[in-house]
Design a protein around this ligand. Structure first.
Ligand code: GLN
Length: 486
């Protein structure tokens, strides 16, 4: 069961050249996924039969000289994208047996592009977490060292790509859930601009922050998959009606003259020395490529974690009110009356972190506290957005570390929510401002992957992907694989 290191780009080309069939790819992936489950636990559901049927259909299309841009390429979906006929758990007991009657727009678009779904990937419960330890289906482990967390909430996606169980996965990022696990697992991830990718059929956590994106091996693959996912969707009222550029166009163009800002606040307290060294080395690569670096300060950035942990729980408390044991999701046995049904269904269905957020959110939205917390957090959010707008008047991109440290041990932070929340210190601000942001592998600290974060102005995905691609042409960090998986 040798590892298949091919990228999406290479697989798509090999499929089209008929060097390999989709059925062969799927048949090779399935036993590797099966074998990895006991050590990594990256999948909640593996859809073997459906994958083979989709692969056969893709092979027929390819044989006829047809097929979409991803025809036959195996991928996985984070288990919060609704999939018709296949359960969508959101990592929760609440939705353990939930089967959506429809596909999320992202799922439908990727299927239309020819991608083959191998299964649904493990995640923190309702995408709340930074370590994948809050999943009802057990933690995911980091392929680089299985005593460590893979990051979260898209831990299953990042671990599966890092172990090359599949070449790419869809994921979502509300406060860092694409970038942080991508950094911890040594893979590439992009969170597009808020509104770029439809949220229809993507189970909601915090609606004004949630955004779907991709985790893959390379920036080029991210571009390739994103191209098929993105775009206006009348079924999502916050979806933006802007044409989707061809993200693959111009990836090789020179970087000379690009202005890169280093956020002073991202190099402050908490950043581990070795991590910083790797990030600075990466920045030197950009300088060699002709980019101009300067330091910038965004004074409101340090307020992003507290603001996020008011806004996100507030929205979650409202979104998760729908799980009442009546319409769908977990229902308690033998309820005495309606109140008992609500109470026990929710108490049994949700885990501790979700309950903590619902309680915090309900509190900050309650009469008397709304102004003091929620409204204030929204104002801080506005200030952070204005900070970024000022920065992007001076530079084209911002760069810095994705996280303050590499992956940490399972259990190390689970007893202390505040320490866990601080792990998102560098990622959250991009969500508050709705900006596109990426994480790109840029070296190792203590044997563990380090992530370089790239943030751009609204709808500048192409600019991010271009910079990341040029970096990946100069470096090989993104090609490294955990020894134990090779
Ligand atoms: N780790 C952050 C949280 O727990 C972000 C999660 C996410 O982006 N979904 O809320």
């Amino acid at each position: 069961m040798t590892m298949d290191r091919r990228t999406v780009t290479q697989m798509a080309a090999d499929l089209r050249a008929r060097k390999v069939s989709s059925v062969e790819l799927v048949r090779a992936c399935l036993p590797r996924i099966e074998a990895s489950q006991s050590s990594l636990n990256a999948f909640v559901t593996v859809t073997a039969e459906q994958a083979l049927a989709q692969a056969q259909a893709a092979d027929r299309e390819l044989a006829a000289g047809r097929g979409g841009p991803l025809a036959g390429v195996p991928i996985g979906h984070k288990d919060l994208f609704c999939t018709a006929g296949v359960r969508t758990t959101c990592g929760s007991r609440m939705l353990e047996n939930f089967v959506a009657p429809y596909d999320a727009t992202v799922v439908a678009r990727l299927q239309a592009a020819g991608a083959v779904m191998l299964g649904k990937l493990n995640m923190d419960e309702f995408a709340m977490g930074s370590s994948n330890e809050t999943s009802y289906f057990g933690p995911v482990r980091n392929p680089w060292n299985t005593d460590l967390v893979p990051g979260g909430s898209s831990g299953g996606c990042a671990a599966a790509v890092a172990a090359r169980l599949l070449p790419a996965a869809t994921a979502t990022d509300t406060g860092g859930s694409i970038r942080q696990p991508a950094a911890f697992c040594g893979v590439t991830g992009i969170k597009p601009t808020y509104g770029r990718v439809s949220r229809y059929g993507m189970i909601a956590f915090a609606s004004s922050l949630d955004q779907g994106g991709v985790i893959a091996q390379t920036a080029e693959d991210c571009a390739r998959v994103l191209r098929s996912m993105a775009g206006f969707d009348p079924r999502d009222s916050t979806s933006v009606d802007n044409p989707v550029p061809d993200y693959l166009a111009g990836l090789d163009a020179p970087l000379a003259g690009v202005r890169i800002g280093l956020l002073k606040e991202f190099f402050d307290t908490g950043l581990e020395a070795d991590y910083e060294r790797r990030v600075r080395e990466a920045l030197a690569v950009f300088e060699r490529l002709g980019a101009r670096l300067c330091e910038l300060s965004l004074p409101n950035i340090p307020r992003s974690v507290p603001a996020y942990y008011v806004v996100a729980p507030a929205e979650c408390s409202s979104n998760l009110a729908r799980y009442d044991g009546v319409r769908f999701g977990h229902r308690c046995r033998n309820p005495r009356d309606l109140t008992d049904l609500y109470k026990r269904s929710r108490s049994e269905g949700f885990g501790a972190e979700v309950k903590r957020r619902i309680m915090t959110g309900t509190y900050v939205l309650s009469a008397g506290y709304y102004d003091a917390y929620y409204l204030k957090a929204q104002r801080v959010r506005r200030l952070i957005t204005a900070d970024f707008e000022r920065a992007f008047a001076e530079v084209d991109l911002l760069m810095g570390p994705t996280t303050p440290t590499p992956a940490f041990a399972l259990g190390a932070k689970s007893a202390d929510p505040i320490t866990m929340y601080l792990n998102d210190i560098y990622t959250i601000s991009a969500n508050l401002a709705g900006l596109p942001a990426m994480s790109v592998p840029c070296g190792f600290a203590g044997g563990l992957p380090v992530g370089l974060q790239i943030i751009g102005p609204h709808f500048a995905e192409q600019r991010l992907l271009h910079a990341a691609h040029r970096f990946q042409l100069e470096t090989d960090w993104h090609t490294r694989v955990p020894e134990r998986c090779a």
